[in-house]
Design a protein around this ligand. Structure first.
Ligand code: SAM
Length: 140
């Protein structure tokens, strides 16, 4: 995929994830943001991953890949696909998860994904909705 245009509404939500920021991401997000701001500690998220990841998993908005690195897959060699708009995140997570030989897919989650239909048994998208354009507020 070509680099996203700065005028695209989705640009701002992924622009933060530079190589430099990704080096401190785990400490900032899992040391402070997730437990304090979101009130959801890492152990809770790892527990959800442990309970739901399958042997054929799609992860959307991967950051550094920490959750996939620390969770337990049901098989030793799961098929893992990493989807992210930001190539830095894809690189960081893919390097960290080399042992699974993950497939990477650079795309905006708000656009058509360009992946085969019905091709995954589990899909996770953790800590991503607040990165997307628009309001989180429910319209109902
Ligand atoms: C806060 S991080 C979450 C990382 C990881 N899931 C976690 O929970 O630690 C958000 C990730 O979503 C990606 N992202 C932001 N906007 C996106 C979009 N429109 N489409 C796909 N990925 C996006 C960012 O590049 C970043 O890697």
């Amino acid at each position: 995929m070509a680099a996203i245009e700065k005028t695209d509404p989705a640009y701002a939500g992924q622009a933060l994830y530079t190589r430099r920021f990704l080096k401190v991401y785990d400490a900032v997000i899992y040391g402070f943001n997730s437990p304090v701001v979101w009130r959801c500690p890492k152990a809770k998220l790892i527990g959800l991953y442990d309970a739901h990841v399958s042997d054929c998993h799609l992860d959307i908005g991967v950051g550094t890949g920490l959750l996939l690195d620390e969770c337990r897959f049901p098989v030793p060699a799961p098929q893992v696909t990493l989807m992210d708009l930001n190539p830095n995140s894809l690189d960081a997570a893919a390097q960290r998860l080399t042992r699974y030989a993950p497939r990477t897919h650079q795309t905006n989650v708000l656009d058509p994904w360009g992946l085969p239909q019905c091709s995954f048994d589990s899909v996770a998208m953790c800590h991503v909705v607040h990165c997307l354009p628009g309001t989180i507020r429910c319209s109902a």
